[in-house]
Design a protein around this ligand. Structure first.
Ligand code: SAM
Length: 262
C-alpha cells in the first residue's frame, strides 16, 4: 500500500488527463494485481512473449518496432526485441518506475507517453467524440506494430470519467465504447507494416468447483474478430475479484499484412 502511494507521488506523468481520469491509479492497481497473481498470470505472459518473439523474427525488415499498451512491459520480450530491431518504441499513457528502470537498460528502447485513441483529451474536456487515430501512420521506418492486451481496456476509464462528469446515457456511452474499439482496429489496419493484435475476446466466471457460471463478451456487442490462435488468461483466480468465483479471459491473436516485404 505504501509503495502504491509512493508510486502515485513519484511517477512522472506528461499527459494532463492521466492523473485526473484515473489512469495512473489504474496502472498502479494493475501492477499490484500482476504481482499478487504472478503464478496465475505467468502462462499468459509467457505466451505473449513467445508469440511476439516468433512474429518479430518473421518480420522482413527490422527498423522500428511500435508496441501499443506496453504498460508493465511484463508481456514483452524486451531484451530480444532490442537486439532484433534498430529501435523499439513502447507506447502507453503512463509508465511506472519499474517499467522506466527496465527500459533504461536498453539504449534503443524508447518509452512514449501517448493516447492511442487520440480521443482522451476531448473526453477530458467533456466532448463525446471518438477520433480516428493518425499518429505514425506515415512513418515509413516502422516495420512492425503490436497492440498488446489493450483493446478492451480502451473504453474503461473514459467511460467512468464521462459517466461521472458528462452523461449517464448508456446508449451514448455504449456507442463511444464501440467507436473506440472500431477506431483502434481500423487504425491498426491502416499501417503499412505487419501488425499483431493480442486482445481478450470473452470472459468466463467459474465457481469453486470449476463449474462455469457465466460467459460474457467484452467487445460491447461488436462482432468479435475470429482469433487465429487463442489461450486462456486466469485474470482473477478465486479470491482476487470475489471469494466465490474466478474469472478467466480468452485472449486471441490477429495478424495483418504479414506477407508485405521490402
Ligand atoms: C491491461 S493493461 C496491459 C498492459 C501491458 N501489456 C501489461 O500486460 O502490463 C492495458 C494498458 O493499456 C494502457 N492504455 C489504456 N488506454 C490507453 C490509451 N488510450 N492509450 C495508450 N495506452 C492506453 C493502460 O495504461 C495499460 O497499461
Amino acid at each position: 500500500m505504501i509503495w502504491e502511494l509512493v508510486q502515485y507521488a513519484i511517477t512522472p506523468v506528461h499527459l494532463p488527463y492521466v492523473r485526473p481520469m484515473g489512469f495512473l491509479k489504474e496502472a498502479i492497481a494493475t501492477a499490484a494485481r500482476s504481482k499478487r497473481c504472478r503464478t496465475a498470470w505467468a502462462p499468459h505472459y509467457a505466451k505473449c512473449r513467445d508469440l511476439l518473439l516468433a512474429e518479430a523474427h518473421a518480420c522482413a525488415n527490422k527498423r522500428k518496432a511500435l508496441i501499443f499498451g506496453a504498460g508493465t512491459l511484463n508481456d514483452i520480450p524486451l531484451a530480444e526485441l532490442a537486439t532484433l530491431f534498430d529501435e523499439v518504441w513502447l507506447v502507453d499513457l503512463v509508465f511506472l518506475p519499474a517499467a522506466r528502470k527496465r527500459a533504461r537498460g536498453f539504449a534503443n528502447v524508447r518509452l512514449i507517453e501517448h493516447d492511442v485513441t487520440e480521443s482522451m483529451s476531448a473526453f477530458y474536456q467533456g466532448e463525446l467524440l471518438v477520433a480516428m487515430p493518425q499518429r505514425w501512420l506515415n512513418d515509413k521506418d516502422i516495420d512492425w506494430v503490436v497492440s498488446l492486451n489493450l483493446l478492451t481496456q480502451l473504453p474503461t476509464m473514459p467511460l467512468a470519467w464521462l459517466r461521472k462528469r458528462r452523461t449517464q446515457d448508456e446508449n451514448v456511452l455504449e456507442n463511444i465504447a464501440k467507436g473506440l474499439l472500431q477506431a483502434h482496429i481500423a487504425y491498426l489496419q491502416a499501417f503499412q507494416a505487419p501488425v499483431v493484435l493480442i486482445a481478450d475476446r470473452e470472459a468466463q466466471r467459474f465457481d469453486r468447483e470449476g463449474t462455469c457460471l457465466e460467459t460474457f463478451e467484452l467487445w460491447w456487442g461488436l462482432p468479435v474478430l475470429a482469433a487465429e490462435e487463442s489461450w486462456h488468461w486466469s485474470l482473477a483466480p478465486l479470491g482476487e475479484m470475489a471469494r466465490d468465483f474466478a474469472q478467466t479471459h480468452r485472449v486471441g491473436v490477429n495478424r495483418w499484412q504479414r506477407s508485405i516485404s521490402s
